[in-house]
Write a protein that binds this ligand. Sequence first.
Ligand code: PLP
Length: 450
Amino acid sequence: MNAVTELHPDVSHPELRSWWMPFTHNRMFKENPRLITKAKGAYYDLADGRRVFDCLSGLWCSPLGHSHPKLVKAIQEQVETLDFAPSFQMGHPTAFSLASRITKLAGRPNDSVFFCNSGSEAVDTALKIAVAYHRLRGEASRTRIIGRERGYHGVGLGGISVGGMVANRKMFAPLMIPGVDHLPHTWNPAEMAYSRGQPTWGAHLADDLERIIALHDASTIAAVILEPMQGSTGVIVPPQGYLQKIREICTKHGILLIFDEVITGFGRLGTPFASGFFGVDADLNTFAKAVNNAMVPLGGVLVREDIQQAFMTGPAHAIEFFHGYTYTGHPLAMAAAHATLDVMEEEKLIERSAALAPVLENAVHSLRGEPHVTDIRNIGLAAALELAPYPGMPGLKAINVFKNALNQGQMPRFTGDIIALAPPFISSESEVHEMIEGIRRALRATPVTL
Ligand SMILES: Cc1ncc(COP(=O)(O)O)c(C=O)c1O
């Protein structure tokens, strides 16, 4: 029996080869695979017998924990009643009621929702809506999109074009959509290291949007797309007043503002959407992940009423928007989302996320002064540690901290030399403290130099 077969009877060494894993160092991983076999509540069981706390709620997507009985039941019942239904020229009640429910939760009951299956698809859908909207209104020259450095908007060709993470872009340059520009990112450690919540410095960085508009002319710009809080790049928190300024500039120039709320949607900041948290409305909000606790793939776009209405012209028998996916409005995804929203309401989990935020803030900032740590950022129920990299070996430090964290019963996320934390909303205060103490021990167990 080789080492891998010992880890799990269903996996043999040759089979490890076949799955080309996403966003993974495949060769290093397969030398020493980490297999997850089971999940319950806020914990994962690994094949080697370790049980670890789910410090990032899956990939920011399972705030209710795993295998919640109400969600399991809802999906079981749905699959027995209506397993699939086409959404092209047919509809099913659960999709309509979910869309209506989401608009109400967002406080925008007259808006509409377009469903897809992932965050990446939600972003590409929003970009299409923005460009088509201007064309329908007779402003076909508005085609440019403004993204932001370090932004993550998934891996579709639209998403990587407006995204700002160089590793996700550099290999695919010829495939990217034309006419995209980028705002500067807002992280400046000299001015804001160890800020709690929103940094006080940096609102002026939004003025760069005026510079970009002056360069291209507003008449060529369709939309600005931003994550209100940049999650995947390592919890970069918008400076106070920054998003308000972006909103004002967009409105002044007739440019749509898209908030990519794939991470912030459905409670991560303690409000249903980040728009509510920051008090800044977007025209289109993308969502995915937590909308149905990641039980079945689901994404979507919340669309301002008049934007959707702009499409409702022409003869009534004509299709208004040539866009959609086979699995748009998939009944299992809809049922899982209804059950998720039921549980969020019944167990007051968005409120609980808000209540846990200061617990996480105080706990995570106690890591200041620990080895490797050069910055700590937090907002809502999300936080990140910036680590000093090993010279010439970017990323390796965080990998080592991650492995040591697993030994401490904690499974955080690492990206570059950043450790990200976003515990499930069902976590207890003591689990948040245990998570931070486990990370502390992992930092101390990691050598400062190689
Ligand atoms: C802000 C944002 N947009 C889009 C995506 C892509 O979502 P998906 O992986 O579901 O395609 C992510 C994923 O983390 C994200 O954080």
